[in-house]
Design a protein around this ligand. Structure first.
Ligand SMILES: NC(=O)c1ccc[n+]([C@@H]2O[C@H](COP(=O)([O-])OP(=O)(O)OC[C@H]3O[C@@H](n4cnc5c(N)ncnc54)[C@H](OP(=O)(O)O)[C@@H]3O)[C@@H](O)[C@H]2O)c1
Length: 344
């Protein structure tokens, strides 16, 4: 059973490829740059393929699953998903981009017809929060409102920063009555106890606004990120320059700076970092709260993405899936260093 890792010479892709080889999976590393892909294949002692995302089908016919680590995913998911549907290959990625989740969810029927699984979001975004959402729904099946929160102080990689810049001009987003609606950036804030005292947290348009609905059917979803009040104020002031940032030359320049000036977390930072995830589900009468503590975001991403790919290849779920829907909410507890669920 062959797993092709696309974007494998990027910061996260390389860590995932190393982990997959360590686990003795039959790995093919792939990317668009000949020299970097070949060097990685040689270093890891596995096959390599060089191809752009457009017209990928010829390179996927003999692989069982693709794990796409090439982001911003809004620029790579479509041709790879289409090639996977054409060739009957399972597709996974580590996106956290809301628009990408929504677009892939729309391909559910096609995936069922092709007999493949489309499973985006098998990184830190959204595995812990999605599993927490599923767990809260199991505890409170009649809940109508779900809030999820993430407290993850970490260094980001250049690709993550480039992906954040890609969507810098998008508004805030929440789910209301089943629909994703635009709201101002940093629309709401509240105090959240992530398990080590209350912190300020602010609404963010992250992936769970999309995925939590598919996992739980709960029609009202808000996602919060812990941040100091000063950062919240900066986000609100930043609304004034959003139209400027939407201009392609400015966005492109910011991405170039991100790609040259940033390194991802060091091995030590990945080993030592801890993150806290919180969720609350209510029907207005009864409220339940649960928490998780996880390893650092990139460390968890490497474990979650590799484990998800192994399970998709072994179990072959079909159609569009979220991590908790594909593997049950307990999936996150299989990952090394995850503690929880802590229920109230
Ligand atoms: N879900 C999560 O929690 C999570 C965790 C970690 C990372 N991520 C996401 O994963 C993505 C990668 O992160 P990273 O840290 O690995 O970034 P990175 O070091 O910049 O690597 C990005 C990789 O994607 C490739 N790539 C980008 N655009 C491409 C395109 N249009 N066609 C073909 N290849 C393309 C790059 O190749 P070139 O160098 O040739 O451009 C490179 O191999 C980011 O979007 C990041 O936000 C998500």
């Amino acid at each position: 059973m062959t797993l092709l890792i696309y974007g494998a010479y990027g910061y996260t892709g390389e860590l995932v490829a190393e982990e997959a080889v360590d686990r003795d999976l039959d790995v093919v590393v792939a990317g668009r740059d000949e020299v970097r892909t070949r060097h990685l294949g040689d270093r890891l002692g596995c096959d390599y393929r060089v191809f752009p995302v457009d017209g990928a089908a010829a390179d996927l016919a003999d692989v069982d699953a693709v794990l796409n680590c090439a982001g911003p995913f809004v620029r790579t998911y479509r041709p790879l998903v289409e090639a996977c549907l054409e060739t009957g290959t399972h597709y996974l990625d580590i996106t956290g981009e809301l628009t990408v989740f929504e677009a892939i969810a729309e391909r559910d029927r096609e995936a069922e017809k092709a007999g493949v699984c489309l499973l985006p979001g098998v990184g830190f975004d959204v595995v812990p929060t999605d599993c927490l959402a599923g767990h809260l729904h199991d505890r409170h099946p009649t809940a109508t409102h779900l809030q999820l929160g993430i407290d993850a102080t970490t260094t980001v990689s250049k690709g993550t920063l480039a992906s954040m810049i890609e969507h810098i001009d998008s508004s805030g987003k929440v789910r209301r009555d089943g629909e994703i609606v635009d709201v101002p950036i940093a629309h709401r804030s509240r105090r959240i106890d992530f398990g080590r005292g209350e912190r300020n947290a602010v609404t963010v348009p992250w992936g769970d606004v999309s995925t939590a609905y598919y996992t739980t059917g709960i029609e009202n979803v808000e996602v919060y990120a812990a941040m100091p009040v000063v950062a919240e104020t900066a986000l609100k002031v930043g609304r004034l320059v959003t139209p400027l940032l939407a201009m392609e030359p400015i966005k492109g320049a910011l991405q170039t700076v991100a790609r040259t000036a940033i390194d991802g977390p060091t091995a030590g930072q990945r080993e030592r970092g801890r993150c806290h995830v919180w969720g609350e589900a209510t029907d207005g009468e009864r409220t339940v709260t649960s928490r998780l503590e996880t390893p650092e975001t990139y460390a968890l991403t490497v474990d979650a993405a590799t484990t998800a790919a192994e399970r998709v290849i072994e179990e072959g779920p079909i159609g569009f899936e979220t991590p908790a829907a594909a593997f049950t909410p307990e999936f996150v507890l299989e990952l090394e260093g995850v503690e929880g669920f802590f229920d109230e």
